[in-house]
Design a protein around this ligand. Structure first.
Ligand code: URA
Length: 222
């Protein structure tokens, strides 16, 4: 416990493995909702663990909840989220087929950028989400996700458009944050090109999955 009463050290010396005891996304969401490891917990209405299927082939990672997400407990439901939904539809990725979450699970006041110590306190949740879902692709939306997940401080303009990793067995694509594209529409063409790359990977992964799950064909007479 630090002097402000937050349990920043609760994850101990091995934060990447600190939540190994959590065995499902539901259990992890419960841990996130009762988390008090950094000051963001004090100002939240709701924590926003993330949403999507337990076996999503693609996980999208944003920065942190905004006001609408804080109110509803769901990721990407505000203005940027609605734009993101439009783009998903345009490239043919069903939102119900992917997992969406953030670097920090509670809203930074006034939508400021999460502080390094807030990200550090929260990242073990993200690592465990990735371990439980085991996605083949991670999409990092914006510079904050790139900095903390890929641990690469270069700008999105430099990192985008090509695959990185693997990281926890997933290939990683960095692209602009939808809110950044709304602020500067000149980024939209590149954002759509990146999302088309993700869509191609998503379709390929879904095809592979359906081929692998087809019942084995037995020889005649068996
Ligand atoms: N911006 C984010 O980074 N995440 C959300 O969930 C919403 C807006």
């Amino acid at each position: 416990m630090d002097s402000t009463g937050h349990q920043l050290s609760l994850f101990g010396d091995d934060p990447e493995n600190a939540l190994a005891f959590v065995q499902s996304l539901d259990e992890l969401a419960r841990e996130i909702r009762r988390c008090n490891r950094c000051p963001l917990a004090e100002e939240r209405i709701r924590a926003v663990p993330g949403e999507g299927p337990e076996d999503a082939p693609v996980v999208f990672i944003g920065e942190g909840p905004g006001a609408d997400e804080d109110r509803t407990g769901r990721p990407f439901v505000g203005r940027a989220g609605r734009y993101f939904d439009e783009v998903l539809a345009k490239v043919g990725i069903p939102r119900s087929g992917i997992y969406i979450t953030n670097v920090v699970k509670c809203r930074p006041p006034g939508n400021r950028v999460p502080r390094p110590e807030e990200a550090a306190a929260c990242l073990p949740f993200l690592w465990r989400q990735i371990e439980l879902i085991r996605p083949k692709v991670l999409v990092l939306l914006g510079g904050v996700a790139a900095r903390y997940v890929l641990k690469d401080g270069r700008g999105v303009g430099e990192l985008r458009g090509t695959w990185h990793g693997p990281l926890k067995e997933a290939y990683v694509l960095v692209t602009y944050h939808p809110a950044g594209v709304l602020r500067d529409r000149r980024k939209e063409e590149e954002f759509l090109a990146d999302m088309a790359l993700v869509a191609r990977a998503y379709r390929k992964l879904m095809r592979q999955r359906s081929q692998n799950s087809r019942p084995k064909e037995f020889g005649k007479g068996v």
